[in-house]
Design a protein around this ligand. Structure first.
Ligand code: NAP
Ligand code: G4F
Length: 352
């Protein structure tokens, strides 16, 4: 059985990827961090909480990364853990540089020393292109376009992108960058704009909220469906040669269009409910991003299936179902925090 280590298994992509790899027959190990309230709701929601092995890792702590590699002895490593919220990177730029950027080197260096034959996936991002989207006049961006980051998050990710290439070219490690454009799902964090809109729209429909406060409505993003995107990560590590790939849908839509469509689904006019609030504006915001996934289609056989309208239907539908259940007394997965059973959590005692 192939062994895999996923950093950030409690996040949106980590939990979908864990399920995908478990179904492929992998023995799945994942890193989580100690929080005052446990955060395993996504793994529970997907029904794999008791099927994965969990190892406590703090990305700032190189020793914990070394321990995770020793315990899991992986053939494939998917590095997904990061401070992933662009807005928060303006509030904590130094911590974001450390956790989202430098930690990639901590992991690569531990791989180089402990398991240099392991294949490594790095979660790079379309956010690295930044201003290039404007310079190219809204044309889809590919692997050869230049990066002009516009946030501390994007700068940290760009560092991770280059250090991944340096370990590939300098040490011969099978290390790849997935340059993924925005991908969403009902498991997206609540502060990201798509889930924020879907959640608030559902509450407005059920009389639980009266308005939706948003920031920059003009920003355009290329939004895909997260469960499809995690498959591309696996495909990248199954190739004969390590290379970097753009993963996207090839379509850009504005935040305004997203809100308009979400309200249309519940039969309301978005303009009556959406208020622009400066608190959700950023010091700099990438105006427009759209990706060209033709290399991934050619080499990996990957192409997106769920596009803009269907994505919004899935997300709004799920939130309405969840809030209807809540009104009947059902509780959300995150309202009932759970710890993994002892046979699934690898503790420090086990490491001694
Ligand atoms: P996410 O839901 O925010 O998950 C991030 C994961 O990182 C969580 O498991 C989180 O743990 C963990 N983490 C954060 N800080 C940590 C720390 N200091 N030590 C250890 N673990 C830490 O992000 P996602 O949407 O799944 O994205 C996965 C990766 O892809 C990220 O690197 C993101 O930057 C990148 N990316 C995402 C997109 C997208 O559209 N989703 C696009 C391109 C690239 P907690 O659960 O405890 O918070
Ligand atoms: O949903 P967002 O916060 O995602 P953003 O900044 O594009 O970043 C996401 O995608 C990246 C890939 O390009 C990932 F690397 C990153 O980890 C993350 O997953 O914001 C999308 C757009 C922005 O232009 C933002 O200014 O929506 C705009 N926006 C408008 N009102 C808002 C809001 N964003 C948020 N979060 N909240 C608002 O109220």
């Amino acid at each position: 059985m192939k062994r895999v280590l996923i950093t950030g298994i409690t996040g949106q992509d980590g939990s979908y990827l864990a399920k995908f790899l478990f179904n492929k027959g992998y023995e799945v190990y994942g890193t989580y961090r100690r929080l005052s309230t446990p955060n395993f709701w996504r793994l529970e929601y997907l029904g794999i909480f008791e099927k994965v092995n969990l190892i406590s890792v703090e990305l700032g702590d190189a020793g914990s990364i070394v321990e995770a590699l020793k315990l899991s002895e992986p053939e494939e490593v998917y590095h997904l853990a990061a401070q992933s919220f662009v807005e928060a990177s303006f509030e904590s730029p130094v911590a974001t540089g450390d956790i989202t950027g430098l930690a990639t080197t901590r992991i690569l260096e531990a791989i180089r020393q402990l398991c240099p034959d392991a294949r490594f996936y790095n979660a790079a991002t379309s956010e690295m292109f930044g201003w290039t989207g404007v310079l190219k006049g809204g044309k889809p961006l590919n692997e050869d376009d230049v990066f002009r980051p516009m946030s501390p998050y994007a700068a940290a990710k760009l560092y991770g992108y280059w250090i991944t290439r340096i370990y590939r070219e300098g040490y011969g490690i099978f290390a790849v960058n997935g340059i993924l454009f925005n991908h969403e799902s009902p498991l997206r964090g609540l502060e990201f704009v798509t889930r924020k809109i879907a959640n608030e729209v559902a509450k407005i429909k059920l009389g639980l909220s009266k308005e939706l406060r948003l920031g920059n409505l003009d920003a355009k993003r290329d939004w895909g469906y997260a469960p499809e995107y995690v498959e591309s990560m696996w495909l990248m590590l199954q190739q004969a040669k390590p290379e970097d790939y753009v993963i996207a849908t090839g379509e850009a839509h504005s935040v305004r269009e997203f809100a308009e469509k979400a309200f249309e689904i519940i039969g309301l006019d978005w303009e009556e409910y959406v208020k622009v609030d400066r608190r959700f504006m950023r010091p700099l915001d990438v105006p427009s991003l759209v990706g060209d996934y033709s290399k991934a289609e050619r080499s990996l056989g990957w192409r997106p299936k769920v596009k803009f309208d269907e994505l919004i239907e899935i997300m709004v539908g799920e939130e309405v179902k969840r809030w209807e259940g809540w009104l009947k007394g059902e509780r959300f997965p995150w309202d009932a925090p759970n710890y993994p059973s002892e046979n699934r959590i690898l503790t420090r005692a086990l490491r001694m």
